[in-house]
Design a protein around this ligand. Structure first.
Ligand code: HEC
Length: 125
């Protein structure tokens, strides 16, 4: 009786693990496919990776630090008129002071290209 209960519990655990690992794998595949199909959009990438720290207003460490270090007119990245693509790419890969670097496994070279272009061409409009 006791043994059967233990066995059943093990079986249930085993099946649950199987199911979980299957569904996890499937969702990873779906993400990979979705990523490959969506064109790279600098503005979207900015929202995804940068805006948490660089949005306008208080509570955003990037905006706050840049306001202190360079002045309020240079605090919000999307309002800057002096950002060059090559500078943005260097900062994203290497980090700067409180900003952590992003590896190519997080932001690919192609994505970084789009991101840098977004931040540097936005200045010309
Ligand atoms: C975890 C918070 C954080 C994230 C996420 C983040 N940054 Fe930063 N970033 C900072 C901070 C803080 C600074 C200011 C560093 C300092 O001066 O101390 C900064 C500075 C910069 C600068 C330098 C600006 C200048 O004039 O020197 C650039 C460019 C920049 N970030 C771009 C980006 C981009 C593009 C992304 C998204 C891929 C990003 N950051 C994501 C925190 C962040």
């Amino acid at each position: 009786m006791m043994k059967a209960g233990v066995f059943r519990a093990l079986l249930v655990t085993f099946i649950t693990c199987l199911l979980l690992s299957c569904s996890e794998k499937q969702s990873v595949d779906t993400v990979a496919v979705a990523k490959a199909e969506v064109p790279i959009d600098g503005a979207e990438l900015y929202k995804q990776y940068c805006i948490a720290c660089h949005a306008e207003g208080p509570g955003h460490p990037g905006t706050m630090r840049l306001g202190i270090r360079l002045g309020e007119d240079k605090a919000v990245l999307t309002k800057r008129t002096d950002l060059q693509a090559v500078y943005v790419k260097t900062i994203v890969r290497q980090g700067i002071l409180l900003m952590p670097p992003f590896r190519p496994s997080e932001i690919s070279d192609a994505e970084l290209e789009a991101l840098a272009e977004y931040l540097s061409t936005i200045t010309k409009t």
